[in-house]
Ligand binder design. Structure first.
Ligand SMILES: NC(=O)c1ccc[n+]([C@@H]2O[C@H](COP(=O)([O-])OP(=O)(O)OC[C@H]3O[C@@H](n4cnc5c(N)ncnc54)[C@H](O)[C@@H]3O)[C@@H](O)[C@H]2O)c1
Length: 310
């Protein structure tokens, strides 16, 4: 199949591109390399170094005629979305609509698969694990922009027969995650350990997240490419892990004596997040398989092997 991956030089998009190419698909990538790294890009993928907001993206669609699109390119930093909501709107909403509109002109179009968020989608809900039926209430511009794109997808599906899937990921972690962004605590802790730094925990460390390993997330995407099902799905484990537990697991994976310091909690940070995966289990047969301790070991070992100092 001819496939486009936006954000294919980033953490999740590059793993997805590798897998699609391994399966024999013909993959092109659109990425402006703002947070992605050219080193992540599979050499068999054709790169269009382009911004998703660029109106010339329609020429890329015209030339490549991708039958399916995985749309992962985004501004992913929650803090930045709070400081500069207009930038977030520009990239995450306008950029996404630009990509969707260009895809509508493809003759043999099959599916549009969107990387959404489960982590911030349900705000301060008290229903855990949280199913998709809970009303979304994102408490940050980044979450609002992801929800808005889901609304656009529903609109284009109703009026333009767009087949789409929106995958609401938990906290994805694994090799290649950018440790210098604020998103991935496991990548940040791994790098801090290798740099000999103390680990900083915000607040009491009892805040929980649903950590889902990269291989499981890629499998969810691949299932959705083949499976006729459409709609919105959580992609999580249904299990909560606290930052303090993550600290203990990573300490044991590293085999080192590590200290942590607690600082003030992050303003506005939600206390708990945990996604109910029942819908995707029942409708598409996907279930997370990698246990958090095992995933952390794999991730830490990758950072160790690839550590070049700083
Ligand atoms: N990592 C997570 O835990 C997580 C959780 C929920 C949702 N997501 C979503 O998954 C997707 C991928 O996230 P990631 O963790 O791989 O992040 P990432 O920063 O590693 O990847 C994003 C990629 O998009 C590219 N990009 C950013 N802005 C662009 C623009 N304007 N035009 C073209 N390319 C652009 C970047 O260069 C990068 O290669 C994002 O949509 C993110 O919101 C990630």
């Amino acid at each position: 199949m001819r496939i486009m991956v936006t954000g294919g030089c980033g953490f999740i998009g590059s793993h997805l591109t590798d897998k699609l190419i391994e399966m024999g698909h013909n993959v092109c990538v659109v990425d402006n390399l703002s947070t992605g790294n050219i080193k992540n890009l599979n050499p068999e993928a054709h790169l269009y170094q382009m911004d998703i907001r660029d109106e010339k993206i329609k020429d890329v669609f015209e030339k490549e005629q991708p039958e399916s699109v995985f749309h992962l390119a985004a501004q992913i930093n929650v803090r930045r979305s709070e400081e500069d909501p207009f930038f977030d709107i520009d990239v995450n909403i306008k950029g996404s609509v630009n990509v969707i509109k260009a895809f509508l002109n493809v003759k043999d179009r099959k599916k549009f698969i969107f990387a959404s968020t489960g982590g911030v989608m349900y705000g301060d809900t008290d229903i855990f694990p949280t199913p998709e039926s809970v009303e979304p209430f994102p408490l940050c511009p980044y979450g609002i922009s992801k929800l808005t794109v889901e609304k656009y997808l529903t609109y284009f599906s109703a009026f333009y027969n767009l087949q789409f899937v929106s995958l609401r990921y938990g906290n994805v972690y694994g090799p290649r995650q950018n440790a210098y962004a604020e998103a991935g605590v496991i990548a940040i802790f791994s790098t801090n350990i290798l740099e000999g730094k103390k680990l900083t925990v915000f607040g009491d460390g009892e805040q929980t997240r649903d950590f889902v390993y990269i291989d499981d997330v890629i499998r969810a995407n691949l299932i959705m490419l083949e499976n006729p099902t459409t709609g919105i799905f959580n992609v999580g484990t249904g299990k909560e892990t606290s930052v303090n537990q993550i600290f203990e697991y990573i300490k044991s994976a590293s085999g080192k004596k590590i200290k942590k310091i607690h600082t003030d909690p992050k303003k506005g940070e939600i206390k708990r997040s945990c996604l109910c995966p029942d819908k995707i289990v029942q409708m598409a047969g996907w279930k997370a398989e990698i246990d958090i301790k095992d995933g952390i070991k794999r991730t830490f070992n990758w950072f160790k092997e690839n550590f070049s100092g700083s």
